[in-house]
Design a protein around this ligand. Sequence first.
Ligand SMILES: Nc1nc2c(ncn2[C@@H]2O[C@H](COP(=O)(O)OP(=O)(O)OP(=O)(O)O)[C@@H](O)[C@H]2O)c(=O)[nH]1
Ligand SMILES: [Mg+2]
Length: 647
Amino acid sequence: MGCTTITFGVALSFNPSSLAANKPFPKRSNVPINPKKKTSQNRKLKLKKAPALSVHEGGEATTYTCLPPKDDFYLPVQKNPIAEVKLSESNLLEHLKNEKGSEERLNFEAESEEESDGSGSSGFDYDRFELYEVGSDSDEESEDYVDEDGAIVGFGRGEDYLSYENFNGDDVFDGCEVKEKEKGLPAVMRCFDRAKIFIKAGDGGNGVVAFRREKFVPLGGPSGGDGGKGGNVYVEVDGSMNSLLPFRKSVHFRAGKGGNGHGRNMIGPRGEDVVVKVPPGTVIREAVGNGGLQGNVLLELLHPGQRALLLPGGRGGRGNASFKTGMNKAPKIAENGEEGHEMWLELELKLVADVGIVGAPNAGKSTYLSVISAAKPEIANYPFTTLLPNLGVVSFDYDATMVVADLPGLLEGAHRGFGLGHEFLRHTERCSVLVHVVDGSSPQPEYEFDAVRLELEMFSPELAEKPFLVAFNKMDLPEAQANWISFRDKLLSQGIEPFCMSAVKREGTHEVICAAHRLVQEVRDARREGASAIFPVNLNHVADMVQKQRTAPINEFEISRDRTGEAWHVTGAGLERFIQMTNWRYIDSDRRFQHVLEACGVNKSLIKLGVKEGDTVIVGDMELVWHDAPENSGPTSVRKWTGDTVR
Ligand SMILES: Nc1nc2c(ncn2[C@@H]2O[C@H](COP(=O)(O)OP(=O)(O)OP(=O)(O)O)[C@@H](O)[C@H]2O)c(=O)[nH]1
Ligand SMILES: [Mg+2]
């Protein structure tokens, strides 16, 4: 096979060989960067001497999760390519030949081996990026290859057929599209900081009808006890948790049902509470379907030990002892327990760290974290070694600690989904200070720095406004030494004083972390000053809201008529709750219901609106038939429901 070009399109023109730290960095895209732009933080950072602090290297460390296996990745494929990347120009295959174990990360060298022009290594890991097919350097259209059953098994032209199976064995392709649910990150990465859970408060137990029967006590009276209260759903911050991965396996959290009441006025046992444990930094939202919309933020839990009542358990139904009155001394009526409220929640984790280390892939961010703390992140000479954030705790002299987060590398175009995109940038939102680690040995470190700054701005302007430091890394290499002067001058002209260091040799790292610590202190002091203005947050406000809904008055209802004009709908939270708690097994329940409809004005309103004999009236789950009473009023107006409750 001749040297053939297999062309993939990506969302932006991009040369993958530039990704390797030891290879030329890509020329800047046409996206304009305004290097002269100065933020207040830039000006603030006219640094500075390193503060006289000594760092205890090797404090605590948190390694968030096991990294997903490399072959857990697949290639989400996009339609309508905007631009292209030519594999034949990428030198990828040569690199693959050189790099041990690279087959795991890319499975299609078998087909493409002869297509490489063999000009060096790229260090680029394709299967971490979005690739898709376009017909680019030829007018010839690429074809899908279809097997006997009509399923698409590959694509390409003539002999350049590339099997999807080899391309990525696990993916299910629909033409050039991966199914929606398979797009994006591997499950372990998706679930690291996002989860969707279902919570349900416990139903209340049912009340019972019972009468005291004792020797020599002929009319003992009603003695049916109330049902027990349903269990509550709490959410609690567990300091030992560091990701939302446990929610991958357990999604449903249901509190226990209250026990039914017993004779002798015995109240049923309380339902068991359920506590949903979440890591510090969890944001809880109401789930709003799959439309990509985000629901209202219900809670933001930052500190270990914080506990919020989310859903209170349902009230226990009353037993007949509770219905005893002067008029009715032997009531044969008891209530059902109140149903516990249920809802779906979206959890999102934003790490709580003081310092976030950001930078291009392979810049040495993880190496730096491993030097300043006891964290043991994976370090390797290829981009995107770090796939999930790592945390390390840096200890200083006087009982001061600082949590530092090492984030996956950022690429130019991350906002368009390149690399890991902005997936993990939200974790820097809670950082007080950012440390930019720049690979000094790359040909144009200042471009690398500008590109990362731009990506931060694209993600969130507030993030770009955070105080930051710049650490020019790999100063032990001659290339970095050659680049340092021009890099420093350029940044100085922007009002930023960069630091230089060699993370591997542990030179200059101390100064950087001490400067970061000083900035963190400044931010903490500023926050403390403003703290008095912050009102304490009511963590139980969701439960309060639910409780308020439950106690809605029974006489607040609305009546509407459906399109056919035959059925009347009576809606109202109080009324619906009343119906749900009515136990229709007892004959007195019917009478009580009729009485309530009359007393709360439903009958009157229906008559006013022109209800006719035989019309259907729907109240909550009940479907009833309206019959005019002889005098056209009174509790017997609605006197029959058709069959059982309609659910
Ligand atoms: N010579 C030299 N090499 C370094 C230095 N710091 C890091 N490296 C090397 O650079 C490579 C990448 O280091 P990492 O710490 O994994 O880089 P990273 O920024 O975390 O990379 P990603 O996680 O892929 O974004 C490794 O081979 C390191 O040994 C340094 O100061 N000098
Ligand atoms: Mg890393």
